[in-house]
Write a protein that binds this ligand. Structure first.
Ligand SMILES: [Zn+2]
Ligand SMILES: [Zn+2]
Length: 116
C-alpha cells in the first residue's frame, strides 16, 4: 500500500472517530436537556396543581393549556404551552372560578347554576 492510500485510511479513521465522539456528545447533551426539561415540567405541573383547583371538589389541574401560536419566523404555527392556564379546568363565566369538567356546564358552574 502506498503512503497516500495509507494516509487516506488514517484520515478516514480519524474522521469516523471524531464523528462518533461528536455524536456521543450530542446525544449526551440532548439527554441532559430532556432531563432538565422534564424536571422543569414536573415543577411547573406542581405549581399548576397548587394554583388551579376545581372550586367545588378541589380536583387540582393536571395539565396546562396547549395552544397554537404564530411562530416568530412567519411560517406556520407552533405548539405552545400556557402554564398560567389549566388545560383541564374551565372558568365559570359568572363567578370566574376554575371548575373541573364535572362541575361546569356551558361555562356555568354548579354553584352558580343552582344560585342564579
Ligand atoms: Zn369539580
Ligand atoms: Zn360559578
Amino acid at each position: 500500500m502506498d503512503w497516500k492510500t495509507k494516509a487516506n485510511e488514517i484520515n478516514d479513521g480519524w474522521d469516523a472517530a471524531r464523528e462518533k465522539r461528536e455524536k456521543g456528545e450530542r446525544e449526551e447533551s440532548e439527554r441532559k436537556e430532556n432531563e432538565k426539561r422534564e424536571k422543569e415540567n414536573k415543577k411547573k405541573l406542581r405549581t399548576l396543581a397548587r394554583k388551579f383547583k376545581c372550586n367545588i371538589c378541589r380536583t387540582p389541574s393536571k395539565k396546562p393549556r396547549d395552544y397554537k401560536s404564530h411562530d416568530a419566523w412567519g411560517g406556520g404555527y407552533e405548539n405552545s404551552t400556557d402554564w398560567n392556564t389549566p388545560g383541564d379546568l374551565e372558568k365559570c363565566r359568572s363567578c370566574l372560578k376554575w371548575m373541573c369538567k364535572k362541575h361546569i356546564h356551558k361555562r356555568i358552574c354548579k354553584t352558580c347554576a343552582e344560585k342564579l
